[in-house]
Design a protein around this ligand. Structure first.
Ligand SMILES: Cc1ncc(COP(=O)(O)O)c(C=O)c1O
Length: 415
């Protein structure tokens, strides 16, 4: 009999990351059949048409010109003060809420999602997320004895399902008197959906209605990891200004990430940004997150913070960086449009796409579909409720041809 040494709360199934496993198989296929004959839509990172990871020049020129000490040094536990200023500008742009705001640096957006879920839920509580979700929400929650409830992101007309959100939200708040809901918008992973400003009003109205009971504590975590690839201009940041003048018992935490917007995935930098009408509540947030930083990873990556600071402080560098992001965003939009258009042409059902790295295809037997697609040299991630196609990783040409292949394979399985 095998012996287990791990404490019960930390014992999990022996599972490897499914996405990285599929990515390795895609790489094998590329080596065997040539890149032109393989569609690798596995990883959630921007890749150019030749299959190389896109690394923004403005970011890496800055990184490589940093003095060694600015790379090697510890960062402050809460993050460098200049970074905590710059990150608010990078996140909100022209739409900073009129409220008390404090930021704490975290290693990537993951760290800030962690703070939102763990520091604002009691063990045994349930958080509320959409049924199309980024799986680390569950991993983080279960690590701390928190459970997850899902609402249906879309109704049968493929519109944002505000009715189901309301029902689940009110069920949970009634039971727990405290609720963390994580909304991954704009540019949702895995669907590419972004809540419209009107849909945000509906969400906030539900929160405000429930905030009339002063016993209720409502925490909205906005995971905006992909915000830099949403919209054409800055219209997808407009919703931030709605977080002004909220009741004290609605607290908003923005989970900000440098991973995508600065192509610094491995450099691990982000921030948790707390927004409240009440100064004490953001103070409490700041010290709670600082404690959690110290307890979990001590401090963030100094070099990544320095890069943001230096780009933000020099208007010319800011402009050059913004232009580079814009170019990348345009490339991504063209790919996504090609995929959406081709899906329409061949009659492949996809979920409503607005922005970002991914498009999703609802399909019950997704595991089987993903496996069958590998026989066509196409590598697409299977989720519980469908397939996730990463337009961020596939050229426009291939985004045009992929829907027909997927449709053919799904039809073959269905007959
Ligand atoms: C939905 C979502 N949230 C947050 C993140 C944050 O990632 P990181 O911790 O690398 O910044 C990601 C990255 O894949 C994501 O897809």
């Amino acid at each position: 009999m095998s012996i287990s040494m791990v404490a019960e709360h930390a014992r999990w199934p022996k599972e490897n990351d499914a996405i990285f496993g599929l990515a390795a198989r895609a790489k094998e296929a590329i080596d065997k059949y040539g890149r032109e004959n393989v569609i690798d839509s596995t990883l959630g990172a921007l890749v150019d048409d030749e299959g190389n990871l896109i690394c923004l020049e403005t970011v890496y020129n800055e990184l490589k010109s940093l003095p060694n000490a600015a790379i090697a040094a510890y960062a402050q536990v809460a993050g460098q003060p200049d970074y905590l200023e710059a990150v608010q500008q990078a996140c909100f742009g022209r739409y900073k809420p009129d409220a008390h705001i404090r930021a704490v640096a975290t290693p990537g957006g993951t760290g800030s999602v962690r703070h939102g879920i763990v520091n604002y839920s009691n063990p045994g509580d349930s958080i509320l997320i959409a049924d199309w979700f980024w799986s680390p929400y569950v991993t983080i929650s279960e690590e701390y004895g928190i459970t997850v409830t899902t609402f249906e992101l879309f109704n049968d007309k493929n519109q944002f399902n505000i009715a189901d959100f309301k029902e689940k939200f009110e069920d949970l708040i009634k039971k727990q008197k405290r609720l963390v809901t994580v909304l991954n918008t704009p540019a949702n992973n895995p669907t590419g959906y972004s809540l419209s400003d009107e849909e945000w009003d509906e969400v906030l109205n539900i929160a405000k209605e429930n905030a009339k009971d002063p016993e209720n504590k409502i925490i909205i975590v906005v995971d905006c990891a992909y915000i830099d690839y949403a919209g054409v201009g800055d219209e997808r940041r407009k919703f931030f200004s709605k977080f002004s003048n909220l009741p004290d018992n609605i607290f908003v935490i923005i989970a900000y990430s440098m991973s995508k917007g600065y192509t610094m995935y491995g450099m691990r930098s982000g921030a948790a940004i707390g927004i409240s009408s009440n100064e004490d509540i953001v103070e409490e947030f700041y010290y709670s997150c600082m404690h959690a930083n110290r307890a979990n990873w001590s401090n963030g990556t100094r070099a990544a913070m320095e890069v943001m600071i230096r780009i933000a402080k020099d208007p010319e560098k800011t402009k050059a960086y913004e232009n580079e992001v814009k170019e990348t965003k345009t490339m991504l939009r063209k790919r996504a449009e090609a995929f959406v258009e081709a899906s329409k042409e061949v009659g492949l059902e996809i979920l409503p796409y607005r922005d970002g790295f991914f498009v999703s295809i609802p399909y019950e037997n997704a595991k089987k579909a993903s496996e069958e697609l590998t026989k066509e040299n196409m590598f697409v991630v299977a989720l519980k409720k469908g397939l996730r196609f990463a337009v961020c990783a596939v050229s426009e040409e291939k985004c045009k041809t992929a829907p027909a292949i997927i449709k053919k394979v799904l039809d073959r399985i269905d007959t």
